[in-house]
Design a protein around this ligand. Structure first.
Ligand code: SF4
Length: 341
């Protein structure tokens, strides 16, 4: 371990003001702490801001699948690769609303609507705004991920009742060019800024297991933690096996302990952000998920499909949280007899 020390001022004043000046040596020092020390630090910070025994639940629906002009090297929905995903048109409002209703019954507190676009066309945005208003009226939090936004589009979404805008940075600035060439990291940061300026909360994270190094994972966390405001929601995805996409050539399933370390560092560097275990949970054992919750993860997606990839069944999630003595909106919810999506 190097000689950089990371101090944890646990005074209420310090904890109330998350930092935005994290350095790489600090991130590396945290990551390399002995595992029990790292988890203790993460739990201590987690408990200052959250109920440590509770996870939030969100549901994700692909409202427009496939045919995307972007070349994200991990994505089955890119038109650049033949991953066997059929392109669809934008879903009808009523079908979206019915799915949201079922997700709410199954215990989802937030409903995320995803469209495989480079950016929304204004006529499509009208329809999405209509969906957002209808889902919001069900009493759910709303999230959308629609690609790049102009400032005006972000304002329109906010006025329609959107709570969160998801736009992931995916990986570190250094590794980014190996994964995506059709939009820059700066494009992404600009869209995040437009969402912020419009008054939207930001959901932003990335994917691990695409062949990046630990230093890239920390680089991604540094980027997020040093934004002018931390994303309220930080999804951490594990690479899902998708056929015929370039990431297959470099992908490597991360060491589970490395994943827990990364979650813990995210919790420490972004103490007030909700950290979500997102895609790839089907590869995680119950024990690994439990360790991630101890490290500070406090959100999951429910439903047995995440866009085009599998997700654990809601009954398995409810059983795991029950075994762990943890609470979530799944408590007392009606388990779906069929797929939510
Ligand atoms: S990740 Fe999103 S932007 Fe990239 S190809 Fe897939 S749908 Fe398009």
């Amino acid at each position: 371990m190097d000689s950089v020390s990371v101090s944890f001022d646990s005074s209420p004043d310090s904890i109330a003001r998350p930092r935005h000046d994290w350095t790489r040596p600090e991130a590396e020092t945290l990551y390399d702490l002995p595992f029990p020390d790292l988890l203790f630090q993460a739990q201590t910070i987690h408990r200052r801001h959250f109920d440590p025994n509770r996870v939030e639940t969100a549901s994700l629906l692909s409202i427009k699948t496939g045919g995307c002009p972007e070349d994200c090297g991990y994505c089955a929905q890119s038109a650049h690769y033949d991953a066997g995903v059929k392109a669809t048109k934008l879903m009808d409002r009523d079908a979206v609303l019915e799915t949201a209703r079922r997700a709410k019954e199954a215990g989802a507190g937030r409903f995320c609507m995803a469209a495989a676009w480079r950016h929304p066309k204004d006529r499509d945005l009208d329809r999405v705004c209509d969906m957002i208003g209808a889902v919001k009226a069900l009493g759910m939090e709303t999230c959308a991920t629609l690609g790049m936004l102009t400032p005006e589009q972000a304002r329109r979404l906010q006025q329609a009742g959107l709570d969160f805008y998801n736009h992931n940075v995916d990986t570190s600035p250094e590794f980014y060019g190996k994964i995506i060439t059709t939009r820059t990291m700066q494009d992404r940061i600009d869209t995040l800024a437009h969402a912020r300026e419009a008054g939207l909360k930001v959901c932003c994270g990335g994917i691990i297991g695409m062949g990046e190094q630990v230093g890239d994972r920390l680089g991604m966390l540094l980027l997020l933690a040093n934004l002018p405001a931390h994303p309220e929601s930080v999804p951490i995805n594990l690479w899902n096996e998708v056929r015929a996409v370039p990431v297959n050539d470099t992908a490597e399933r991360p060491d589970p302990i490395a994943l827990v370390r990364m979650i813990a560092v995210a919790r420490i560097m972004m103490p007030k952000s909700v950290v979500r275990l997102s895609a790839g949970r089907q590869y995680m054992t119950d024990e690994l998920q439990a360790l991630c919750f101890v490290a500070g993860a406090n959100s999951i997606f429910i439903g047995d499909l995440l866009l085009t990839t599998k997700n654990p069944q809601t009954v398995r999630d409810a059983a795991l949280l029950d075994r762990l003595g943890m609470t979530s909106p799944l408590d007392g919810a009606k388990a779906p007899a069929t797929s939510l999506i």
